[in-house]
Design a protein around this ligand. Structure first.
Ligand code: C5P
Length: 309
């Protein structure tokens, strides 16, 4: 008899590189990214039953737990595909990753749901099938399944994992009053930079190769001063003074190797050689972060995505 219950850790990610190559005919943007899992995570406890119903419960009452929640959508996607009317589950989500923050909080929960229910419902989906289901749910979901350090191309779903030196750590900051809509930020980016023609297509191969040769894999990207890049940052900084402020504060921290915004914001981070240096820098600067009402996390890079615990 297989177990009835499973606990899953669902880590957040940051973008070490987010480059918009152009706007595609399907409405998505063609991207060249480096995504990195971090040790800030949601936790899901999933209990299988044969009620035919998927129910979601969450410790954060701000989160909609209905049919539109990406966790419920992930479960229903699997249910509908396997056409077994008895498949049911109660899912308890402990939400630690801030919502609407550019940290893939929803995507990693969806990835955890796919992995958890694949196991509990005995669906025997292989990794490639899980990635395909992930891609249906959202562009960042496939990355979140295996996580770690990966180049993410296409709309984010074409993945090339690589090994990273995993001692690096970050100070991550977010204004709790601000959450941003990803579609709106991409739309604003396209209008601002007028990128609605197909000329980027001929550049895709070259841009991917450029990114692969950028030093991320050699783990020397920080010391050699290769710039961390996030194209959406220009847009968010101009409309969101707290992001501008966060980046300015992080830039002053001792021993920071680089700093940037994550995803479509508004979370921002600074990278340090290891967790001790990040903690020391936090101790030196917590007052200024507190004065400006930032929520703060100090955590390490993680070399994996969702995991059964
Ligand atoms: O794929 P996902 O549902 O997570 O994307 C959310 C929104 O972000 C999309 O509807 C789209 O507006 C924008 N997006 C984009 N290009 C991408 C990924 C996301 O324009 N590559």
């Amino acid at each position: 008899m297989n177990s009835k219950m499973i606990n899953i850790k669902a880590p957040a990610k940051i973008n070490l590189h987010l480059e918009v190559l152009g706007k595609r005919r399907d409405g998505y943007h063609e991207l060249a990214m480096v995504m990195q899992s971090i040790d800030l995570a949601d936790y899901l406890e999933i209990e299988r039953n044969d009620s035919g119903v998927v129910k979601l419960f969450c410790n954060n009452k701000d989160l909609d737990t209905g049919e539109d929640n990406i966790i419920v959508r992930a479960a229903n996607l699997l249910k509908n595909n396997f056409k077994d009317r008895l498949l049911g589950a109660d899912i308890f989500l402990k939400k630690n990753i801030p919502i609407g923050a550019g940290l893939a909080g929803g995507s990693t929960d969806a990835a955890a749901t796919l992995v958890g229910l694949n196991n509990l419902w005995n669906l025997n989906l292989n990794s490639s099938e899980l990635h395909t289901f992930g891609g249906i749910l959202g562009s960042d979901v496939p990355f979140c399944i295996n996580g770690g350090s990966q180049y993410c191309f296409g709309r984010g779903e074409i993945l090339e994992p690589f090994i990273s030196k995993s001692d690096y750590a970050i100070i991550l900051v977010k204004n709790p009053e601000v959450s941003l809509s990803t579609p709106r930020i991409y739309k604003k980016y396209s209008s601002a930079f007028n990128i609605c023609d197909d000329s980027f297509i001929s550049q895709i191969k070259y841009k991917r190769e450029l990114l692969r040769n950028n030093g991320f894999e050699r783990n020397d990207f920080l010391r050699n001063g290769i710039k961390i890049r996030n194209d959406l940052q220009k847009i968010v900084e101009s409309e969101c003074s707290s992001v501008k402020n966060a980046l300015s504060i992080l830039s002053e921290f001792n021993n920071n190797l680089c700093y940037s915004m994550s995803g479509s914001g508004p979370s921002c981070y600074a990278v340090f050689e290891n967790l001790d240096l990040a903690k020391t820098s936090y101790d030196e600067n917590y007052k200024i972060l507190k004065e400006d009402n930032f929520e703060v996390w100090v955590c390490s890079f993680l070399n994996k995505g969702v995991s059964i615990i």
